[in-house]
Every structure is written in C-alpha cells, then in structure tokens.
Design a protein around this ligand. Sequence first.
Ligand code: ADP
Length: 445
Amino acid sequence: MISKVLIANRGEIALRIIAACREAGLATVSIHSEVDRDSLHVRLADESVCIGPAAANASYLNITAVIAAAEITGADAIHPGYGFMAENAHFAEIVQECGMTWIGPPPDAIRAMGDKANARRTVTARGVPVLPGSTEPLTSREDAAAVAETIGYPVILKATAGGGGKGMRVARDSRELKQVFDTARHEAEKAFGNGDVYLEKYLTAPRHIEIQVLADSQGKVVALGERECSIQRRHQKLIEEAPSPAVDAELRQKMCDAAAEAAAAVGYVSAGTVEFLYDDGQFYFMEMNTRIQVEHPVTEAVTGVDLVLEQLRIAGGQPMSVRRRPRLNGHAIEFRINAEDPVTFAPSPGEITELALPGGPGVRVDTHIYRGYTIPPNYDSLVAKLIVHGASRREAIRRAKRALGMFVIGGVRTSIPLHLRILEEPDFVEGRLSTGFMERFATRE
Ligand code: ADP
C-alpha cells in the first residue's frame, strides 16, 4: 500500500495527479524549480520541495534532487506524469531501489518499448502487424538504401530511442535518403545520446489511432478502446478524440486485441498506450507509450474510468477496478491549448492578465494557469486542455465551439483561434481525418 505520493512533474498533469491522490485519500508532495514557485501544483499539494533552477536538466530531470525530495518528505511512491522522466527506466529502477513504489510500468517494460526497433521485433513475434521496414538498426547509408529498395519509397527514418517527433526524416527516393541519413543520425544522437536509426515504409496520409490499455500486477490486461489523434502539426498532436470516426466495432475489437497482445509481450503493468497508423483498412503498430498520456481524458469521458486513479490502485498492488472493455458512451474531443502564436506557432510565454474558463454540460478543462500567473519560457507551451463530451460527435463539436468561444485567456497568444478555424473545416466536421490534415489546412490559406 502507498500513502504519500511525490509527483515528479509540473503543470496540468501535476494537478491531475493531485486530484486523483485526493480522491484516493493519499498525501501529496510536489516538486518545483525556482521559476515554478508560484505554480498551482505547489499550492495544492500537501507539501512542496524546491529542487533546483529553471533549466529542466537541473530540476525536473535531476534524479538525485527528486529522490532527495522524496526521502526528506517521507514519500513512499513517485508518479512521473508524462514527459520529463516518465519513460526513464533508469530513474524507475532507482525509485524502486530506494524502497519506493514507482507508479508506472516495470522498468524492463519501459526499456523493451523504449527501443523502437526492439519493440517492432517484439510485437511482430506476437502477430501484431508492423509496417515493412528494417528489423535491426541501420549501420550505413548503403545499408539503409538496400532496405528502402526492397520495401519501396517513400520511407521514414526514425531514431530507435525516439520520441517527440525528433530524429524522424522522410525520404522520397534514394537521393533524398542519402541526404537525410546523416541528419537523422545526428539529430537522434543529439536528442537521445543514441544515434541508432531504423526505417519503415512511409504512409502519406494515414490516421493515427491509438489504444489505451490498463494492466495490473495480477496479470489482467484490458484495452479501453481507441483515440484518434490525426490532427497533428509536425508530428505533434493538437486535437484528439474518442471514439475514432473511422473505427467500427469489428476493427475496434481487432485493434484492442493487438494492443493487449503488445502489452502482454513485455509484461506490462499500469496505464499505457499502443499507437498504430491506419491506412486503407489496415492498421500497423508504431510504438507503445509507457506512461499516462496528455490525451487520456477523452478515454475517461467515454468510458467513465478514472485512469490516474487506476494507476494508483495498480501501483498499490490492488487489481484494477475495470474487469472488461467498457462500453463507449458518446463522443469526446480534446483541444490542446498552447501559449503560442496561432499562425506562426512561436511560443508566447508571459503573464496571464485575464482568465475565464468555460463550463457547463459536457465541458472539462484541465489547466494549471490562473489570473496573474506567469508562464515561464523554460517548459512546453501547453497551458490548458479543453475536453468536450456529447452524445454524438456532432454534439461534441457544438459544445467545443461554444466552450472555445467562451474561453478567455488574456496577456498571451493561444491556439484557441486555430481550433475554432479547424472546427469550421468540412473535412474535420465530416470526420475525414489524416495526419496530412494540418499541412493541407496551412497550404490552402
Ligand atoms: P514520436 O515517438 O517521436 O512521437 P511516432 O513514432 O509516435 O514518433 O510518430 C509520430 C507521428 O509521426 C505519427 O503520429 C505520424 O503522424 C508520423 N509517422 C510516424 N511513422 C510514420 C509512417 N511510417 N508513415 C507516416 N507517418 C508516420
């Protein structure tokens, strides 16, 4: 059993975890950097410890400082949230070696899925479909060209240690592949300290459809249905929804089975997400995210399952409360509201001078901002998530327009106007989605 949880994160997800801990009757400890002193997660946790200067490397990514904060406060568990150290197997091991509970998957499962080339091999062995590609890291341009010839262009190079869209490069022919091979390796080396890359077939306009899974330490694995996250900019998600307009009951069953198989293959425990690309009636495993995701609330809305509360139960050794795949209720859409210019996407940090949050039927807002709060330039630009829920996709869209139209954030530029424009797009309204949506949207203007 656990009784006091240290949250190794900041922003909206820190608040989300505090909320779940309060419902579970668990005490909370927050950590913060010097620029985050006035953050809501500091005020709302039972205790808070300053762990270093603004730079993430010196604070939220500083293992020694985070562990020390847990020991000083007597925390017996650590929840990593998403980003920062959520998928750091080494950190998870240290937490466990210090006698604390890691609220996340076993370190070996993180490692097995964290190496994307290894993940591809592992799930393939269990019959989960993957895109044609290389099974081992590529050693040279010639090696890459040979694989590309056999599967056909276009291809995409990816960092085996990848994440966040870094180290990914598309090549349309052998000349382009030669040009981008070194760049991709370089970028991977810089971002992850590991320059290994592999390649797979590139789909030009697929849908990104992912499956939420929960697994407990009793060996039960349940897939909770899909989220469609095809509205992306530079491979970063902007809008996510559940269910997907492209998925029927038969496809859902197949994808849920494949996701549960992938999770079981690595002995998964806790909440995780298996990501697929879907094109022309076929789905292909892309990767597994071994953590809670930004877009988890849309699944919560349509299933009624509190995913973070389940993570706490599971980490405490209890069986998860979900016994089988929940029936889906209505339709939910999440809009990521970033402090950035809606046209150029340049970050727009600064003071929030005015704030009015929308509410009413079917509206949830997860945010850490308040009037007078200053968004620091040091971290990501996500300032709020608007999640709307309706009986149908149409109703969810109507509620989204109403809620975005009543969402007031003064002092910084945000992506609210961009979301309102996307909601007017016939392709979006009709559910004709693909990862190429934003590119078409931008070039048409
Ligand atoms: P990361 O871990 O960096 O986010 P992913 O492997 O999850 O990388 O891919 C992110 C996005 O990149 C996908 O949602 C999709 O839009 C695009 N992508 C990745 N692989 C392919 C592919 N083989 N074909 C087309 N698009 C791809």
